[in-house]
Design a protein around this ligand. Sequence first.
Ligand code: CDP
Length: 225
Amino acid sequence: MSKVIAIDGPAASGKSTVAKAVAEALHIAYVNTGSLYRAVALAAQRAGIPLETIPEGFLKTLRLTYRPDDSGKYELELDGAFPGAELRTAEVAAGASRVAAQPAVREFLLGVQRGFAGERLIVMEGRDIGTVIFPDAEYKFFVTATPEERARRRLAQAGEVPDGATLAEVARSIAERDRQDSCRPIAPLKPAPDAEIIDTTGMTIPEVVAAILRRVGADSTQRRS
Ligand code: CDP
């Protein structure tokens, strides 16, 4: 069994905030795998490579590493620098979803992601952690919310939507990403059969975090007794 708490779910479901808080509460590492797909899209955009078909040769030139930032949190470094806010723009999010449908990209990033598992429990967040990357993860959660609620949450995140964007526009771009992520033939977004599904509509972040910690904590108590 892989020592991983897998937290999957659709765009703007609150999974990053929840995953980070769970990792902090347990004093363990947190890996946001969406950053990897975003970094591939950003690097291709910078290099002027069309996002439709990312060449394998280009992927091999990318240096993707996680390093502690000034506050000690692990952040993705692309070619020796933290891309930071550049990774979080709506344009890069849309690009990430396009490159994420390509087998060569997923194959390349599969190896990168599996390399994180080790002796110590980690929190890993994404779309296919419980289904493809670590089907044998110790804990699996699928965090979701209604499309309307997710659009509201995304609109409230500064820097992640274009200036002056309306709720309807944000809802449309999230719906488009949901469609791309769920309909792709490889590693489509869907809950693992053994994942605990948490519909966070109407729940606060601390409530979701508590639900996950209860489950993880309860399990470790049972194992100790
Ligand atoms: O933060 P948000 O949920 O909006 O997006 P993200 O987690 O950063 O992921 C950006 C895009 O990367 C998604 O729309 C997916 O297309 C892709 N992705 C994926 O295919 N598999 C993952 N494990 C993580 C992200």
